[in-house]
Design a protein around this ligand. Structure first.
Ligand SMILES: [Zn+2]
Length: 298
């Protein structure tokens, strides 16, 4: 956090330096934006192929073939969920929360994509509908479906509570779900768990101190967020022990509810859709130029 009383006096031109206007780090004008029309039209006549309940304070896994949709729906009561996505055939390709944030901003909405980690960096899923899109940003700077908050985990909890042990953080729930799905030992599955999309969670950074905050989620039963799988996906969703995130963190004190995941197969893929190609970077990392430079020096 920034100090209330800085050690160093501001320079004479401090006001001018602070008044410099920001520029967007990653203008996405050159990134082909998905046309949601064909995606939504493809849902006509779709067939539900799987229905997975995520119990409170637990996680469940699910499979979504490329070209299928999946929906996460609030049922029974307000509840947030922590979502992990992997390439179903290669768990080393997984959702890259940080770069997705850099490309699309702190909170995701319809038309945004969930990008995979380096060296893959391609669209894993496209968000096709979000019933909480009306929320936008509130007066505190809070928004829904963030990619800023990693996931609740027992290590942070232990640090902040002088060694307290809690076993139903989303990190542990996702670890157990992946281990159960793959047969891996828990300690191996844990390495594959990654920073999440915080589904339905309402978060932001305080304007004065820049601290990560959460507040009661505006989600209500019947609200959903829907995705289109661009590649074959293995997913896992944790119904966070924080419930609607109105108060408690990493404890059994919050009211928690299940979440519903449904997978749908459309009669045919969206018009004009094709699976994402491999990232076009050649992965030489400048080796040829580097070698040429080395030879010139000798
Ligand atoms: Zn959590």
């Amino acid at each position: 956090m920034k100090p209330d009383h800085p050690d160093h006096a501001p320079p004479l031109d401090a006001a001018a330096r602070k008044a410099v206007a920001p520029v967007i780090c990653y203008p996405v004008d050159s990134l082909p934006a998905p046309d949601l029309g064909p995606y939504r039209a493809a849902r006509e006549g779709w067939e539900r192929t799987a229905r997975v309940m995520v119990p409170p304070r637990e996680a469940s896994s699910f499979d979504v073939p490329a070209g299928h949709f999946f929906r996460i729906t609030s049922i029974e009561g307000p509840q947030v969920g922590d979502l992990n996505l992997w390439n179903a055939h290669d768990l080393s390709e997984r959702f890259f929360s940080g770069k997705t944030r850099a490309l699309h901003g702190t909170h995701l909405g319809a038309g945004d994509r969930m990008w995979s980690n380096l060296p893959h960096l391609r669209a894993m899923a496209t968000i096709t509908e979000d019933t909480l899109d009306w929320y936008g940003f509130d007066a505190f700077g809070g928004g829904v479906h963030d990619v800023i908050g990693t996931r609740c985990d027992p290590y942070t909890h232990a640090l902040l509570t002088a060694g307290g042990q809690y076993h139903h953080c989303c990190h542990s729930n996702l670890t157990r779900a992946l281990a159960g799905r793959t047969g891996m030992p828990l300690t191996e599955a844990e390495w594959h768990v990654h920073d999440v999309l915080n589904v339905f969670m309402c978060t932001g950074f305080t304007r004065d101190t820049g601290q990560y905050f959460m507040k009661a989620s505006p989600v209500r039963p019947g609200d959903f967020i829907e995705f289109f799988a661009e590649i074959d996906l293995l997913g896992a969703l944790s119904a966070c022990p924080d419930g609607d995130c109105s108060a408690e963190h990493s404890s059994d004190g919050a009211a928690c509810h299940p979440l519903l995941v449904e997978v749908f197969r459309p009669p045919s893929p969206p018009q004009g859709w094709s699976p994402p190609a491999a990232n076009p970077y050649d992965r030489s990392h400048g080796r040829k130029a580097h070698e040429a430079g080395g030879k010139a020096q000798r």
